[in-house]
Ligand binder design. Structure first.
Ligand code: GDP
Ligand code: MG
Length: 338
């Protein structure tokens, strides 16, 4: 088997070069974005590098794509180049190989040959059902935890303001920060703009009372707590004693797979039920983070796509997640179509 690499400015050009050089049965083994050669690389330009193998071994038998998951059906031989092209497009979007292969295996021959962005998004969305919490009803208490500065307070303000604007529904806000003086003021300001009931809970006992009170669902901001704080353990114990509590761990979209795993380990004691992915607008790809989240089997509840309150927040439906993975800028329309 001959293995070669090809570099071009677009995936389409790289695949055409592969086919012209190695024939229609060439298999794409890997697709990467790499720094362009020469001065274009110095000014930050990137290009696509495709690694391909000739499909036929010296005896003329065809080989199957490397890394094909064992549970995916064997593609028809005539489909192989088109399917490899689809896998290459998905890999170039930052998807990991196993997911790209699963999506390609679920596509018909015609979809493989001419998959438009909406078709790709639909195919990918159908693989993301288990990972997308979608439009679920509010729990009695929704608690937001996570590292400082990741977007917890802003996300809570977006949720409360969206509910108020779109459904006229009131959600109560609770600022539970025993550590940083003034940290709850940001949430208090949002609450008064939105017209939402607001309570401060500076101790675990005050939080206990706040969770029991009120007829509205509550969004609880836990700014300032880190996994090493005893406060987080107390928080876990308290949340465990209340019914109808859902805990969201907020993670920034550009978190690497390794860092995400470390944070998930650090917050393991609190047993987050959902993940909020924030700052999508600042990330090149969310694939490494999403892979780490998928490994833990925790569904994603929201995607935050910017600083604007309340616009820049979407429920994580399968279509919205797929759009974010494909870096399809129409998250909003993806959500509307789902
Ligand atoms: N670019 C971008 N900035 C965000 C997003 N969400 C929050 N921020 C900003 O991140 C900073 C920290 O947000 P904050 O909600 O205070 O984080 P917290 O410490 O986790 O409560 C603020 O400047 C926010 O405006 C987002 O989705 N995209
Ligand atoms: Mg905060």
């Amino acid at each position: 088997m001959t293995v070669k690499t090809y570099r071009h400015t677009t995936v389409r050009d790289a695949l055409r070069a592969v086919r012209e050089d190695m024939g229609p049965d060439a298999l794409v083994l890997a697709t990467q974005m790499v720094a362009a050669r020469g001065w274009r690389g110095w000014i930050g330009r990137r290009e696509v590098q495709v690694t391909a193998a000739s499909a036929a071994d010296p005896n003329g038998r065809s080989t199957v794509p490397v890394g094909r998951p064992a549970d995916t059906p064997m593609p028809r031989r005539a489909d192989l180049p088109a399917r490899a092209g689809l896998v290459a497009r998905l890999l170039a979007s930052g998807l990991d190989r196993a997911m790209a292969e699963r999506v390609a295996a679920s596509a018909t021959s015609a979809q493989c040959r001419g998959a438009s962005l909406p078709v790709l998004r639909r195919l990918l969305a159908s693989q993301l059902d288990a990972l997308a919490a979608g439009n679920e009803p509010y729990a009695k208490v929704e608690v937001f935890i996570g590292p400082p500065g990741v977007g917890k307070t802003t996300t809570i303000a977006k949720i409360a303001a969206q509910e108020r604007a779109s459904r006229g529904r009131t959600l109560g806000l609770v600022g539970a920060d025993a550590f940083r003086a003034g940290a709850v003021e940001q949430l208090r300001t949002y609450a008064s703009i939105i017209g939402a009931p607001f309570r401060v809970a500076r101790t675990i006992e005050e939080l206990d009372k706040a969770l029991a009170a009120g007829r509205h669902s509550l969004l609880v901001d836990t700014a300032g707590r880190s996994p090493r704080d005893g406060g987080l353990r107390d928080l876990r114990r308290l949340l465990g004693s209340h019914r109808g509590v859902r805990t969201h761990l907020v993670l920034a979209a550009d978190t690497s797979g390794g860092t995400a795993r470390r944070i998930l380990d650090a917050y393991q004691d609190v047993r987050p039920d959902r993940i909020v992915i924030s700052k999508l607008d600042e990330a090149e790809t969310i694939a490494p983070l999403l892979t780490a989240i998928a490994d833990r089997g925790i569904p994603v509840s929201y995607l935050a796509t910017g600083q604007r309150v309340p616009e820049d927040l979407d429920r994580a439906t399968p279509a919205v997640l797929a759009g974010a993975l494909l870096r399809d800028d129409e998250w909003g329309s993806a959500a509307a179509a789902s």
